[in-house]
Design a binder for this molecule. Structure first.
Ligand code: NAD
Ligand code: DAU
Length: 340
């Protein structure tokens, strides 16, 4: 019997990872450890097999709570737990330092104490900052670390603690750096679900700056399958970029959503730019493709159509996650931008 300790497993990617892992291994037990912040939602775990998936509500900054939940000799720790939204990190960075940096260090200590087999740090392409606006520029595993937002800085710092834990204590670690995920159950603060949700309600679609920033999009299931490949076959101490070779300008993404829904492009509302807005992300996934034999399977048109259909069919989910704290964030962050 294999055992995984997954943090942040009630969030967007973590909850998909739990599904992919349970499907991939029959004899697997997962402890899913999540603080259920505004971004975590037990609805995301609906329908999972309770005998093989145990949910524990807890904060990765609380060492005793982590130790209590982490099984002795666990096969792997997968660290998805994070504050993940760039705009929130621009409003206030403290929570990002706490969860993303201190929380990762505490998890590393716990993994060592519990004799974990491997520590998998889920990182991001954003630690490498921005690329020049040229179609032939890509992030590789050798690109310099140059984070530009407080979120990216906290994820870059976390990577350094992972590296230090390996060098100092000999923990078996691997790091994955993926680009922008899209798919089911993504919190509507992020570009794609926000735009789908606003379009469905005929509300303005707030597009930052000139809308020509590039993000490299991957369907969330592809990302999760890649993480499992890295866990299984990745070399200890190494970093693997994960991408689907799908860099797109934001205006192309937003237009695609409107076209799919049959809504007018006049809903697009250019708004003031994000501070320090990275211009272009594009991942070269050659290493994971050639060394580990992984390749993204879901194309953009198919993935976007499936994603839109999911949001159209799950308006209750959107309504429930948009209530409360998110409503306040949306008002605070967007009302003056959209009114301009
Ligand atoms: P998310 O915001 O949807 O989910 C984060 C989850 O972590 C939530 O369930 C939340 O409750 C939990 N969490 C937050 N603070 C916690 C704490 N202190 N203790 C325990 N749990 C806590 O994020 P996501 O988009 O699913 O991203 C997951 C991970 O993947 C993050 O580490 C992020 O940096 C990384 N990543 C995300 C993307 C992307 O496009 N979304 C791309 C590359 C990497
Ligand atoms: O690249 C990986 C990263 O992708 C992850 O590490 C982050 O956790 C994840 O949030 C995401 O970061 P981005 O900042 O790229 O994602 P976001 O969805 O916030 O924005 C995508 C692009 O869309 C970006 O160029 C900003 C723009 N945007 C975003 C929002 C929310 C808009 O134009 N309008 C908006 O309202």
């Amino acid at each position: 019997m294999k055992s995984f300790f997954v943090t942040g497993g009630a969030g967007f990617i973590g909850s998909e990872f739990v599904r992919v892992a349970l499907k991939s291994y029959e004899n697997l037990k997962i402890v899913d450890f999540d603080a259920l912040t505004y971004a975590g939602n037990l609805e995301n775990l609906r329908g999972l097999d309770d005998a093989r998936h145990i949910f524990v509500k807890g904060d990765i900054c609380d060492k005793q709570a982590v130790l209590d939940a982490m099984p002795e000799g666990v096969d792997a720790v997968f660290n998805f737990a994070a504050e993940s939204h760039v705009d929130r990190s621009i409003e206030s960075a403290n929570e990002f330092v706490e969860t993303n940096v201190l929380g990762t260090q505490i998890l590393l200590d716990c993994a060592r104490e519990r004799g974990a087999g491997r520590f998998v740090q889920i990182s991001t392409d954003e630690v490498m900052g921005t690329l020049p606006e040229r179609d032939d520029a890509f992030f590789t595993e050798d690109s310099p670390i140059a984070p530009n937002s407080p979120y990216a800085a906290s994820k870059a710092a976390a990577e350094q603690f992972v590296r230090a834990a390996r060098e100092t204590f000999g923990i078996d670690t691997v790091v994955t750096r993926c680009g922008n995920n899209y798919g089911f159950r993504q919190f509507p603060e992020k570009l794609i679900p926000l735009m789908i949700s606003n379009a469905l309600n005929d509300e303005p679609l707030p597009l930052y700056g000139d809308g020509r920033n590039v993000r490299d999009w991957i369907f969330v299931t592809d990302h999760c399958e890649a993480i499992l490949e890295v866990y299984e076959k990745g070399s200890s101490g190494e970093t693997y970029n994960i991408g689907a070779r799908n860099p797109l300008r934001n205006i192309e993404v937003v237009s695609g959503i409107l076209d799919h829904l049959g809504k007018p492009h006049s809903l697009i509302k250019p708004v003031e730019d994000r501070l320090g807005h990275d211009r272009r992300y594009a991942i070269d996934p050659t290493r994971i493709e050639t060394e580990l034999g992984w390749k993204a399977r879901i194309g953009w048109e198919e993935g976007l159509a499936k994603t839109i259909e999911w949001y159209v069919s799950n308006e209750d989910w959107i309504a429930s996650v948009k209530s409360g704290e998110y409503q306040e964030f949306y008002e605070r962050y967007y009302s003056h931008r959209i009114a301009q």
